[in-house]
Each structure stands twice: as C-alpha cells, then as structure tokens.
Design a protein around this ligand. Structure first.
Ligand SMILES: [Fe+2]
Ligand SMILES: [Fe+2]
Length: 296
C-alpha cells in the first residue's frame, strides 16, 4: 500500500465513523434520564472528542475521494437542521461549526497539496491512533449502559438492542483501523462489509418500526416491509444477482428516509425517534450503497 492510499483510506474511515460515533453519543445522551446523569456526561465528553477528531479529519479532506464526497454519507442537506432539533428538543449541545465546515469542505474540494505528503501521512497515522482509543472507550461505556438497561439498573428512551447495534458499528470501525495498520486496503469491494451493513439495516428498520406512533399504520407497515426485505437480501447476498436485490431495497430505503426526515422536520409524522437518528441512518444507507457499488 502506498502512503497516498493509506492517507485516503484513513481520511475516509475516520471522517465517516467520527461523525457516526459522535451522533451515537448525542442520541444516547438525549435518551437517558436524570438518575443516570453520569452516563449522559460521559457520552457528552466522548461526543466532544469525536468532534475534535472530525475537525482533524477535515484538515486533510483534500484526500477524500470524490466517491465518498458525493455519496451523501458524511452530511446531508438536513444534517444541520437535525442537529438544531437535538439542541432545541433534547438539550444536547451540538457544535454547529463543525457541520457547516464539513458541508462546505465537501462541496468545495481543495487541491491535494504537493510536497506535504510526509506531514499528512503522520497526521493520518495519528488520526487512526486517536480514533481507535476513542472507539474502544466509547464501546466500554456503551457496554456498561447496555448491561444497566438489561439488569433493570437504568432506564432509557432507546432499546437495549440499540446499544448492541452501536457497539457493532464501533467494532466495524476498529476492524477497519486494524486492517489499515496491517497494510490492508479498507475500501476495496468487501462482501463481509456489505453483509455487516445489511444486517444493521434490518435492525434500523425494526427500531424505526418500534419508534413510530401506533397511529402511523402506513409507516409501520413500510418499516416492517423493509426489515423483511433486508432479511431476504441477506439470505441471497452470496448468490447470483444477490447484490442487485440488496441495492434495490437500499435505494428505496434511502428514498423513504429522505422523505421521513422532511416529514419529521415539518412535524408531519409522529415518531419518538429523534430526527437526527433518521438522518444518521440515511447516511449509513448511502454508505452501504457506495460500498455495494464498488463491485461494479
Ligand atoms: Fe449508527
Ligand atoms: Fe446504524
């Protein structure tokens, strides 16, 4: 692997996951009540650290490949509005500058600087080290919260299964970091990564279904349908045309999520899922669509 490839993989990996993990922290902080304020404070601390990591990724954003820039996996047109809702409705502090800066940097790519490769390489190595340390710490915290929910020592507005889901996503990040440190390319076509994200999408659809107000029968039925489709896609993923079935489902899921975020922002649908979570899942869907598309 060349130094350029290492930098490219490091910036893609850390930029995608630093925002994902930062948002897990915000969503968990928003869903925990006063008796477990210590957990809320710990999630908020990790959120600030992931924001700092994201800021450090932005310093080398010129190395982010166009495919990752254009996939809608880093920020969407609605991400900043969704973060405002986290502040207004849940009191979770979000740093609006980092999102504005990320959106601007993605829309106006700067030229890759010439002659600074050794410095940028060192920067990328440090990003990987910091990312690994933070992801491990957050995983331990999420594990503790999960155990507290499962043993009745804490209550939350989210499901214990969402803790497991977040831990799996953090572990996927850590696996990518380990692969990169061993000299492996993270972003070639990788069927196990596609399978991993398909499994997570089945979980997304199930959680969405459970968060909808019982009066939202049409959306409940759609969410159930997506859970069944992702499950069916998993069963045929390794077969001929398996990827086509998955991509078709994921594209329709992304369309649905886009509409859902708009409807949530204009209060046209009743759900207890924070709108940032719907936007977050949409970016994870866009990510899955990009990595599934690498094969073609
Ligand atoms: Fe996530
Ligand atoms: Fe997820």
């Amino acid at each position: 692997m060349t130094r350029e490839q290492y930098i490219t993989d490091a910036v893609e990996l850390n930029m995608f996951y630093s925002r994902i993990l930062k948002e897990h922290c915000a969503l968990d902080a928003a869903g925990l009540p006063p008796p477990v304020m210590r957990f809320v404070q710990s999630f908020e601390r990790y959120k600030v650290h992931f924001e700092m990591l994201l800021g450090e990724c932005l310093e080398i954003i010129s190395h982010l490949p166009a495919a990752a820039r254009e996939a809608g996996e880093m920020v969407t047109d609605n991400t900043a509005k969704c973060e405002n809702k986290m502040r207004e409705l849940y009191g979770v502090s979000e740093n609006p500058r980092i999102t504005a800066l990320q959106a601007e940097s993605i829309s106006k790519p700067s030229a890759v600087p010439v002659g600074r490769l050794p410095i940028i390489y060192e920067h990328a190595v440090k990003l990987n080290g910091k990312g690994a340390e933070l992801a491990k710490g957050l995983t331990e915290l999420t594990q503790t919260v999960s155990e507290s929910l499962r043993t009745g020592q804490a209550a939350a507005a989210f499901y214990p299964a969402e803790c497991t889901h977040q831990i799996l996503e953090a572990e996927q990040y850590l696996a990518g970091l380990r692969l990169l440190e061993k000299g492996g390319a993270v972003y070639g076509y990788n069927v196990s990564a596609v399978r991993f994200w398909t499994e997570r999408h089945k979980e997304h659809a199930l959680v969405m279904r459970g968060d909808l107000d019982p009066s939202e029968t049409a959306d409940i039925s759609l969410a159930n349908g997506f859970a069944r489709e992702f499950n069916a896609a998993l069963a045929v993923l390794d077969g001929e045309n398996g990827l086509d079935a998955l991509v078709g489902t994921a594209e329709r899921f992304a369309d649905y999520l886009n509409t859902l975020v708009d409807r949530q922002l204009s209060v046209k649908v009743l759900t207890r899922m924070p709108v940032l979570q719907a936007d977050h899942i949409l970016r994870e869907t866009n990510y899955l669509l990009r990595i599934a598309g690498i094969k073609g």
